[in-house]
Design a binder for this molecule. Structure first.
Ligand SMILES: Cc1ncc(COP(=O)(O)O)c(C=O)c1O
Length: 438
């Protein structure tokens, strides 16, 4: 649960000059406060590039030494990465099962690249479908216990493509208020009416469902695990409501695939409600060690998506190396469940230790553990200090979270050693105390 504004901590201590610089950086949002339709004094519309000139937020951040985006990593996404020649413990990766460097996964990608080359030079619909794409789709359908699967070039493309083609003007999309940008973008492109319910609150979902004209088609779209705070959707309650109101349910298992459920199929498997979820999407960019994504459902619905989703039809096919990497990652997920156990052991160790140190872990129930800081400036400062202390974390700030709820997001891998986790804990304790967060 997001702590309410009332439990917010006192703003941690940051020196005033730093605070001012950071505040300037954060004052106007990512667009620098510039409207894309800014009129000049004469009243006409200025050059479309004018906003770029006025976009000083990033240069302010660079100048203040607080630019923490597009950080360059010189090594694989392993538990320890190299940055500026220095070793840094990685607590900011979604490589949950640690498979991006697994020899079998790399070998499979190399072999496929040798056989098929580096790309497909076209869309799946026309020239870009390989036998290994079809094989992977059959495998994913079997793995997820569904009639059919369709592979996309990105997870983002799955949500945009599927939602925009399934929803029409006469439909209503009911979204959790913390749903990922790709879900929002898919709905926006669809012309459907959009209603949001309060994050993980089935009571509010029911209230919103009650407002919808029964003549409308309704799709509820939720995530298994939410990527900001690592909390889990109350799927059994959502499923009850979906049935009561005759809605369809779309579930994004990006962060739960390979992590939750006896076989790693995600949160729907964990709760035993897979049969009640109409469509499940997953990405290849987290537990499945590469890039791409998929949707699973019935033959009929997947065939419709295959021939109507513009994010599938009008983009190039996922490359052969990535397809083969997913197959190899699935082999490992199926044959080595102990990896998932190790991931949970690392996660539980860190949750207990972090809470013991006094961090507020924002209701995390997954390998994403976010630490409440409060203000954006202090959050940025904490992320920067942690990097100086040899730990990579992601600052999560407004508008991704409500004002006053900025957090340091940490995430864990099966391959983190206890020594690496302890090193990170030492740095988190030091910087947390320095900033009076603990
Ligand atoms: C919940 C969720 N859905 C979809 C996506 C998009 O997936 P990808 O990054 O693999 O394109 C992400 C990625 O960050 C995500 O967190």
């Amino acid at each position: 649960m997001v702590p309410s504004v009332h439990d917010r901590r006192e703003s941690p201590t940051v020196d005033p000059t730093t605070h001012r610089k950071v505040e300037t950086f954060l004052a106007e949002g990512m667009s620098g406060g510039t409207s894309p339709w800014q009129a000049n004094p004469g009243g006409s519309i200025v050059d479309v590039f004018q906003k770029c000139k006025e976009f000083t937020r990033v240069s302010d951040a660079r100048e203040a030494g607080y630019y923490l985006y597009y950080r360059e990593i010189e090594s694989p996404q392993d538990p320890v990465v190299t940055m500026n020649g220095q070793k840094v413990v990685m607590l900011g990766s979604m490589n949950y099962l640690g498979l991006t460097s697994h020899p079998k996964v790399k070998e499979a990608a190399i072999r496929a690249t040798e056989k098929y080359g580096t790309g497909c030079a076209g869309s799946r619909l026309l020239n870009g479908t390989l036998d290994i794409h079809v094989h992977l789709e059959e495998r994913l359908a079997r793995f997820m216990n569904r009639e059919a699967a369709l592979v996309f070039s990105t997870g983002y493309g799955v949500n945009v493509g599927v939602l925009s083609c399934l929803l029409g003007r006469r439909d209503v999309a009911l979204l959790d208020s913390m749903d990922h940008a790709s879900i929002l973008d898919g709905v926006r492109l669809s012309f459907a009416k959009q209603l949001k319910f309060r994050h993980n609150e089935p009571g509010d979902l029911e209230k919103k469902l009650g407002l919808i004209d029964p003549e409308k088609g309704i799709l509820i779209a939720v995530e298994g695990v939410y990527s900001m705070e690592g909390d889990v959707a109350p799927l059994p309650e959502i499923v009850q409501l979906k049935k009561k109101y005759g809605a369809r349910l779309f579930l994004d298992e990006a962060h739960s695939l390979g992590v939750f459920g006896e076989h790693g199929r995600g949160v729907a498997e964990h709760f035993g409600v897979e049969d009640e979820v109409d469509l499940v999407m997953g990405t290849f960019s987290k537990s499945l060690a590469t890039v791409g994504g998929f949707i699973v459902g019935t033959d009929e619905v997947i065939d419709f998506i295959k021939h109507n989703a513009r994010a599938q039809i009008f983009t190039a096919a996922i490359p052969p190396g990535a397809v083969a990497a997913v197959e190899a990652a699935l082999d490992i997920i199926e044959s080595e469940p102990e990896r998932r156990d190790q991931l949970w052991e690392n996660t539980e160790y860190m949750r207990v230790e972090l809470e013991g140190l006094g961090f507020e872990t924002c209701g995390s129930q997954s390998p994403i553990i976010s630490l409440l800081v409060g203000e954006d400036g202090a959050t940025l400062h904490m992320a920067k200090r942690l990097q100086e202390e040899g730990v990579f974390v992601n600052p999560v700030m407004t508008p991704a979270v409500p004002v006053g709820h900025s957090m340091i997001r940490t995430s864990y891998m099966a391959t983190h050693t206890r020594e690496q986790l302890d090193q990170a804990l030492g740095a988190l304790a030091k910087v947390g105390r320095e900033l009076s967060i603990i």
